[in-house]
Ligand binder design. Structure first.
Ligand SMILES: Cc1cc2nc3c(=O)[nH]c(=O)nc-3n(C[C@H](O)[C@H](O)[C@H](O)COP(=O)(O)O)c2cc1C
Length: 195
Protein backbone atom coordinates (compact mmCIF):
# COMPACT_ATOMS: atom_id res chain seq x y z
CA UNK A 1 0.00 0.00 0.00
CA UNK A 2 1.34 3.41 -0.96
CA UNK A 3 1.26 5.15 2.42
CA UNK A 4 3.92 6.30 4.85
CA UNK A 5 3.33 4.15 7.94
CA UNK A 6 4.61 6.93 10.20
CA UNK A 7 1.65 9.08 9.07
CA UNK A 8 -0.80 6.33 10.06
CA UNK A 9 0.95 5.84 13.41
CA UNK A 10 0.96 9.58 14.15
CA UNK A 11 -2.75 9.88 13.34
CA UNK A 12 -3.75 6.80 15.34
CA UNK A 13 -1.76 7.79 18.41
CA UNK A 14 -2.60 11.49 18.15
CA UNK A 15 -6.35 11.02 17.78
CA UNK A 16 -8.11 12.36 20.87
CA UNK A 17 -11.58 12.62 22.26
CA UNK A 18 -12.38 16.32 22.51
CA UNK A 19 -15.57 17.33 24.28
CA UNK A 20 -18.30 19.90 23.44
CA UNK A 21 -17.20 22.32 26.18
CA UNK A 22 -13.95 22.83 24.19
CA UNK A 23 -15.53 23.43 20.77
CA UNK A 24 -15.45 26.86 19.16
CA UNK A 25 -18.60 28.05 17.41
CA UNK A 26 -16.93 27.91 13.97
CA UNK A 27 -19.08 25.54 11.85
CA UNK A 28 -17.43 22.50 10.28
CA UNK A 29 -17.92 22.27 6.49
CA UNK A 30 -20.49 19.67 5.44
CA UNK A 31 -17.93 18.41 2.91
CA UNK A 32 -15.68 17.28 5.80
CA UNK A 33 -18.62 15.52 7.46
CA UNK A 34 -19.34 13.80 4.15
CA UNK A 35 -15.71 12.64 3.95
CA UNK A 36 -15.96 11.31 7.51
CA UNK A 37 -19.13 9.40 6.58
CA UNK A 38 -17.56 8.03 3.41
CA UNK A 39 -14.56 6.86 5.45
CA UNK A 40 -16.94 5.25 7.96
CA UNK A 41 -18.42 3.35 5.04
CA UNK A 42 -15.01 1.69 4.48
CA UNK A 43 -14.99 -0.03 7.88
CA UNK A 44 -14.45 -3.78 7.91
CA UNK A 45 -17.69 -5.77 7.70
CA UNK A 46 -18.25 -9.51 7.98
CA UNK A 47 -20.31 -10.79 5.03
CA UNK A 48 -20.63 -7.20 3.80
CA UNK A 49 -23.62 -6.54 6.01
CA UNK A 50 -22.40 -2.91 6.34
CA UNK A 51 -24.45 -2.45 9.54
CA UNK A 52 -23.58 1.21 10.31
CA UNK A 53 -26.41 3.73 10.06
CA UNK A 54 -26.03 7.43 10.73
CA UNK A 55 -28.37 10.35 11.27
CA UNK A 56 -26.57 13.69 10.95
CA UNK A 57 -27.90 16.72 12.85
CA UNK A 58 -26.68 20.26 12.20
CA UNK A 59 -28.13 23.76 12.24
CA UNK A 60 -31.71 23.66 13.54
CA UNK A 61 -31.40 19.86 13.62
CA UNK A 62 -29.13 20.15 16.67
CA UNK A 63 -31.95 21.82 18.57
CA UNK A 64 -34.37 19.13 17.45
CA UNK A 65 -32.02 16.47 18.82
CA UNK A 66 -31.43 18.42 22.04
CA UNK A 67 -35.18 18.89 22.57
CA UNK A 68 -35.88 15.24 21.91
CA UNK A 69 -33.19 13.81 24.19
CA UNK A 70 -33.85 16.25 27.04
CA UNK A 71 -37.64 15.84 26.98
CA UNK A 72 -37.30 12.05 26.76
CA UNK A 73 -34.91 12.07 29.72
CA UNK A 74 -37.27 14.35 31.69
CA UNK A 75 -40.25 12.08 31.09
CA UNK A 76 -38.42 8.92 32.23
CA UNK A 77 -36.49 10.50 35.10
CA UNK A 78 -39.53 12.22 36.57
CA UNK A 79 -41.47 8.96 36.36
CA UNK A 80 -38.80 6.98 38.22
CA UNK A 81 -37.81 9.79 40.61
CA UNK A 82 -34.22 10.21 39.36
CA UNK A 83 -34.55 13.60 37.66
CA UNK A 84 -31.38 15.67 37.94
CA UNK A 85 -31.47 19.31 36.77
CA UNK A 86 -27.72 19.45 35.93
CA UNK A 87 -28.02 16.32 33.82
CA UNK A 88 -31.10 17.76 32.10
CA UNK A 89 -29.34 21.05 31.29
CA UNK A 90 -26.41 19.14 29.76
CA UNK A 91 -28.80 17.27 27.49
CA UNK A 92 -30.40 20.59 26.48
CA UNK A 93 -27.12 22.44 25.88
CA UNK A 94 -24.40 20.00 24.77
CA UNK A 95 -25.72 19.38 21.23
CA UNK A 96 -25.87 23.16 20.67
CA UNK A 97 -22.13 23.45 21.35
CA UNK A 98 -21.35 21.07 18.46
CA UNK A 99 -21.20 21.86 14.77
CA UNK A 100 -22.70 18.48 13.89
CA UNK A 101 -23.76 15.44 15.84
CA UNK A 102 -24.17 12.02 14.31
CA UNK A 103 -26.47 9.47 15.89
CA UNK A 104 -24.81 6.08 15.41
CA UNK A 105 -26.95 3.04 14.78
CA UNK A 106 -26.42 -0.64 14.08
CA UNK A 107 -28.80 -2.12 11.51
CA UNK A 108 -29.28 -5.80 12.22
CA UNK A 109 -28.94 -8.00 9.16
CA UNK A 110 -32.48 -9.35 8.42
CA UNK A 111 -31.06 -12.86 7.97
CA UNK A 112 -28.80 -12.52 11.03
CA UNK A 113 -25.93 -14.00 9.04
CA UNK A 114 -23.37 -12.90 11.60
CA UNK A 115 -23.59 -12.63 15.42
CA UNK A 116 -24.81 -9.27 16.71
CA UNK A 117 -21.50 -8.59 18.49
CA UNK A 118 -19.71 -8.62 15.13
CA UNK A 119 -22.07 -5.98 13.80
CA UNK A 120 -21.43 -3.82 16.87
CA UNK A 121 -17.67 -4.21 16.41
CA UNK A 122 -18.06 -3.21 12.78
CA UNK A 123 -19.95 -0.05 13.70
CA UNK A 124 -17.25 0.72 16.28
CA UNK A 125 -14.67 0.53 13.49
CA UNK A 126 -16.81 2.89 11.39
CA UNK A 127 -16.94 5.40 14.24
CA UNK A 128 -13.19 5.14 14.63
CA UNK A 129 -12.74 5.92 10.94
CA UNK A 130 -14.81 9.06 11.49
CA UNK A 131 -12.79 10.06 14.53
CA UNK A 132 -9.47 9.54 12.74
CA UNK A 133 -10.71 11.70 9.87
CA UNK A 134 -11.86 14.41 12.28
CA UNK A 135 -8.46 14.32 14.01
CA UNK A 136 -6.67 14.62 10.66
CA UNK A 137 -8.59 17.88 10.12
CA UNK A 138 -7.75 19.08 13.65
CA UNK A 139 -11.41 18.88 14.65
CA UNK A 140 -12.79 17.97 18.05
CA UNK A 141 -14.92 14.84 18.23
CA UNK A 142 -15.98 12.19 20.68
CA UNK A 143 -18.43 9.33 21.06
CA UNK A 144 -20.99 9.82 23.80
CA UNK A 145 -22.87 6.82 25.18
CA UNK A 146 -25.16 8.11 27.94
CA UNK A 147 -27.65 5.69 29.50
CA UNK A 148 -30.53 7.56 27.87
CA UNK A 149 -29.65 6.10 24.45
CA UNK A 150 -31.35 2.91 25.67
CA UNK A 151 -34.75 4.60 26.06
CA UNK A 152 -37.11 2.94 23.55
CA UNK A 153 -38.22 6.27 22.05
CA UNK A 154 -34.87 6.76 20.31
CA UNK A 155 -35.12 3.93 17.79
CA UNK A 156 -38.24 5.22 16.00
CA UNK A 157 -36.91 8.80 16.26
CA UNK A 158 -33.78 7.69 14.39
CA UNK A 159 -35.51 5.36 11.95
CA UNK A 160 -34.08 2.24 13.61
CA UNK A 161 -36.06 -1.00 13.85
CA UNK A 162 -36.76 -3.17 16.86
CA UNK A 163 -33.75 -5.45 16.21
CA UNK A 164 -31.36 -2.57 15.55
CA UNK A 165 -29.35 -0.73 18.19
CA UNK A 166 -28.74 2.92 18.92
CA UNK A 167 -25.08 2.81 19.95
CA UNK A 168 -24.10 6.39 20.64
CA UNK A 169 -23.91 10.05 19.72
CA UNK A 170 -20.82 11.24 17.87
CA UNK A 171 -20.05 14.92 18.50
CA UNK A 172 -18.02 17.05 16.10
CA UNK A 173 -16.89 20.65 16.55
CA UNK A 174 -14.14 23.04 15.61
CA UNK A 175 -11.28 23.13 18.07
CA UNK A 176 -8.76 25.92 18.51
CA UNK A 177 -7.05 25.00 21.78
CA UNK A 178 -3.91 23.02 22.42
CA UNK A 179 -4.33 19.48 21.10
CA UNK A 180 -4.77 17.21 24.15
CA UNK A 181 -2.36 14.47 25.12
CA UNK A 182 -3.23 11.09 26.58
CA UNK A 183 -1.51 8.03 27.92
CA UNK A 184 -1.95 4.28 27.76
CA UNK A 185 -0.56 1.58 30.00
CA UNK A 186 2.15 -0.49 28.29
CA UNK A 187 0.95 -2.84 25.56
CA UNK A 188 3.36 -5.49 26.85
CA UNK A 189 1.00 -6.10 29.81
CA UNK A 190 -1.90 -6.84 27.46
CA UNK A 191 -0.20 -9.18 25.00
CA UNK A 192 1.09 -12.69 25.09
CA UNK A 193 3.24 -13.90 22.19
CA UNK A 194 3.38 -17.55 21.31
CA UNK A 195 6.31 -18.03 18.97
C1 LIG B 1 -17.52 2.88 23.08
C2 LIG B 1 -17.10 4.20 23.68
C3 LIG B 1 -18.00 4.93 24.43
C4 LIG B 1 -17.62 6.15 24.99
N1 LIG B 1 -18.55 6.86 25.73
C5 LIG B 1 -18.17 8.00 26.33
C6 LIG B 1 -19.10 8.74 27.13
O1 LIG B 1 -20.27 8.37 27.25
N2 LIG B 1 -18.67 9.84 27.74
C7 LIG B 1 -17.37 10.29 27.62
O2 LIG B 1 -17.02 11.30 28.22
N3 LIG B 1 -16.49 9.64 26.82
C8 LIG B 1 -16.86 8.51 26.17
N4 LIG B 1 -15.97 7.86 25.36
C9 LIG B 1 -14.68 8.48 25.07
C10 LIG B 1 -13.64 8.09 26.12
O3 LIG B 1 -13.87 8.88 27.26
C11 LIG B 1 -12.23 8.35 25.56
O4 LIG B 1 -12.01 7.51 24.44
C12 LIG B 1 -11.17 8.09 26.63
O5 LIG B 1 -11.21 9.11 27.60
C13 LIG B 1 -9.77 8.02 26.05
O6 LIG B 1 -9.43 9.26 25.47
P1 LIG B 1 -8.99 9.39 23.94
O7 LIG B 1 -10.17 8.98 23.11
O8 LIG B 1 -8.63 10.85 23.76
O9 LIG B 1 -7.81 8.50 23.72
C14 LIG B 1 -16.32 6.65 24.79
C15 LIG B 1 -15.41 5.90 24.03
C16 LIG B 1 -15.79 4.69 23.49
C17 LIG B 1 -14.80 3.91 22.68
Amino acid sequence: MDIDSSVATKLIRGRRSIFPRSYSQQPVADSIIEEMLENANWAPTHKFTEPWRFVVFNGEGLKQFADFQSSTYKKHAEADGTFDEVRYQKLVNNPLKASHIIAVGMKRDPEERVPEIEEVISVGCAVHNMQLTAAAYGLGSYLSTPKIIHYPEFKPFLGLGENDQFLGIFYIGSFEGEWPKSTRKAIANKVKWVS
